[in-house]
Design a protein around this ligand. Structure first.
Ligand SMILES: Nc1ncnc2c1ncn2[C@@H]1O[C@H](COP(=O)(O)OP(=O)(O)OP(=O)(O)O)[C@@H](O)[C@H]1O
Ligand SMILES: [Mg+2]
Length: 361
């Protein structure tokens, strides 16, 4: 059964519309991630689901029950915020059991529940500590634990890891992935970090300017982005874009721009030739560029400007005519700065986008 369904959901603040009629259906026990740049409407959407913002149009269904007129407490939802506020005078156990105590649940049940969640989050040894005696990551886990002790069917997270340093974020991300497998609840998770979205989300929903641009698994979004926006947003380092025109000689179609000319694979050529366009953008991921034989005609001729060593891989920042192009390369491959480098595009590594609409061709 679909768990959460947004039906033409609209949000207006006065005359300003910030969510423009979005549709979304999540499955039972699914980990859904809303991702997109700052200001695209992720928090607003989440807050409408939670009941912390009113709905200006459309409807929210939870298990096919319309909930937009219900109080937050009647929606069977628990939420974790970015700026989690723990009660400073209460220890970890008290913080985690706060909602249950408010509901006057039996003591045995509360103890059991807190113990269970504390074990899952690795907080067993910290139950007697006050928030001030915890590290940032531990506090974050308590905030999460406070939500998870609730018997809600749906959990909402708004950038719960954004206050943590990179290493801790990585750790918490893994713990969260593990936890979400264990608890078997529906989760909607908001982040502007595409790596977090890719690693956590079973369904990833990419938003821009109050619209949903695409949704799918990490692999679907990575391999078949439907627009230049999604292509550039998902994947790190980001996809390279080179503007050019489609030309044709005999049976072969090419994309040709300032400083480059590449033949197009047959299927892509057919799609590109169906509707003639003035300009298109070629999209190539840094990992889809591979060194080619010197003098190879069907390759990009790049000039290496900078090499960034990041371990097994290096990111080369290069120039191709007026275009800047990043290339991901095995660090053991010899590269000389300032020197020319021939790179061909791996099979299935070419993407074309309409320059006017930004849509995938
Ligand atoms: N109370 C408000 N009144 C007017 N406009 C608002 C209000 N709250 C949010 N907005 C606007 O709505 C849009 C969406 O905001 P929202 O907070 O949902 O973005 P977000 O995707 O969560 O961004 P971030 O990643 O920065 O948290 C923004 O343009 C924001 O300025
Ligand atoms: Mg936000």
């Amino acid at each position: 059964m679909p768990k959460i369904r947004l039906d033409k959901l609209v949000k207006r603040y006065g005359s300003l519309e910030v969510i423009h009629g979005i549709d979304l259906t999540t499955e039972d026990n699914e980990f859904t991630v809303l991702v997109g740049p700052s200001g695209c409407g992720k928090s607003t959407t989440l807050r409408m689901i939670a009941g912390l913002e009113t709905v200006s149009g459309g409807e929210i269904y939870i298990d096919e029950r319309p909930v937009s007129k219900l109080e937050p407490k009647d929606r069977d939802i628990a939420m974790v915020f970015q700026d989690y506020a723990l009660y400073p005078h209460m220890n970890v156990a008290k913080n985690m059991s706060f909602a249950l105590r408010l509901e006057k649940r039996p003591r045995k049940e509360i103890q059991h529940k807190v113990g269970e969640v504390a074990e899952m989050l690795g907080l067993e040894k910290l139950l007697d500590r006050k928030p001030a005696e915890l590290s940032g990551g531990q506090r974050q886990r308590v905030a999460m634990g406070r939500a998870l002790t609730r018997d809600a069917s749906t959990f909402l997270f708004d950038e719960p890891l954004s206050n943590l340093d990179a290493k801790l974020r990585g750790q918490m991300r893994a713990e969260l992935a593990l936890m979400s497998q264990q608890v078997q609840k529906s989760m909607v998770y908001v982040t502007h970090d595409q790596v977090e979205a890719m690693t956590l989300g079973q369904r990833i929903v990419v938003m821009q300017d109050g619209h949903i641009r695409q949704q799918g698994t990490a692999e679907e979004l990575f391999k078949r982005p439907n627009s230049r926006f999604v292509a550039g947003f998902i994947g790190s380092p980001p996809m390279n874009f080179l503007d050019g025109q489609i030309t044709r000689r005999g049976d072969v179609a090419f994309i040709e721009g300032e400083g480059f000319k590449l033949s197009l694979p047959v299927e892509l050529a057919q799609r590109a030739l169906k509707h003639p366009r003035d300009t298109v953008a070629l999209g190539v991921r840094p990992s889809d560029l591979v060194p080619a034989e010197a003098g190879s005609s069907d390759a990009l001729l790049l000039k290496v400007l900078v090499s960034e060593y990041i371990g097994a891989q290096s990111i080369l920042l290069t120039e191709c005519g007026p275009h800047k192009v990043s290339v991901e390369m095995n660090s053991s491959a010899p590269v000389a700065l300032g020197q020319p480098l021939h790179c061909s595009v791996q099979k299935d590594g070419m993407h074309l986008f309409d320059s006017e609409t930004g849509l995938s061709i």
